[in-house]
Design a protein around this ligand. Structure first.
Ligand code: VGL
Ligand code: ZN
Length: 201
């Protein structure tokens, strides 16, 4: 067992990010067995769940003339447009059936504001609106985070960088992550995490 100051943060292991889903990450389901066993080592486990309303502003279908993976300028910076995914209450937004969810103490949802995407488990993409996860972890005395899940180059990356900025000691277990890898986004994410002081395992 790890000390009670360590938490496992499991990012977005949902049907839409697994093979057959609308934003499938290649090999997304291959990490589930390893994540399930890792949970037994942690007394604090948190699951995140991408949770968008219908017509979310990150969906290409919400913008005439735009297609999936186009990039647009939002008030908070560039935003990749995605296929519709993880719509609240749909099967695509549900956790993969093989993921153990009982050991999770907290399930934190993100991306529920129509006008702002939220890759990070800590802040929306405006980088100032908090999800509350920082306060939760601090009030439980957590200091170190291990992060795993989907997708390595988007939600895991943004969550890990924010956590490091907030003062947590963060490591990402890349063997228990899979990436989308759009136009070099994986290499850029690895650079960003390394510069932020995240240990990449
Ligand atoms: C994610 C794109 C859009 C992720 C979520 O979980 O990495 N990526 N929404
Ligand atoms: Zn999303």
């Amino acid at each position: 067992m790890r000390p009670t100051t360590d938490a496992l943060i499991i990012i977005d292991v949902q049907n839409d990010f697994c093979p057959g889903g609308s934003l499938a990450v290649p090999g997304g389901d291959e990490i589930i067995a390893g994540i399930n066993s890792l949970m037994d080592q942690f007394s604090v486990c948190v699951l995140t769940q991408d949770w968008h309303p219908t017509g979310h502003s990150s969906f290409a279908s919400s913008l005439a003339g735009k297609g999936p993976y186009d990039v647009i300028e939002m008030p908070y910076g560039p935003q990749v447009l995605w296929p519709d995914h993880c719509v609240q209450g749909t099967g695509g937004a549900a956790f993969h059936k093989d993921l153990r969810t009982d050991p999770a103490d907290l399930i934190i949802r993100k991306g529920y504001n129509s006008a702002i995407d939220s890759y990070s488990a800590f802040f929306e993409n405006d980088q100032v609106t908090p999800t509350g996860l920082d306060g939760y972890l601090r009030s439980r005395g957590v200091e170190r985070l291990v992060m795993v899940g989907l997708a390595l180059d988007f939600c895991v990356n943004f969550s890990a960088v924010d956590a490091a900025k907030l003062g947590f000691e963060v490591s990402v277990d890349q063997g228990l992550c899979r990436a989308i890898d759009l136009d070099g986004s994986l290499a850029a994410a690895q650079d960003a995490m390394q510069s932020a002081g995240v240990s990449l395992g």
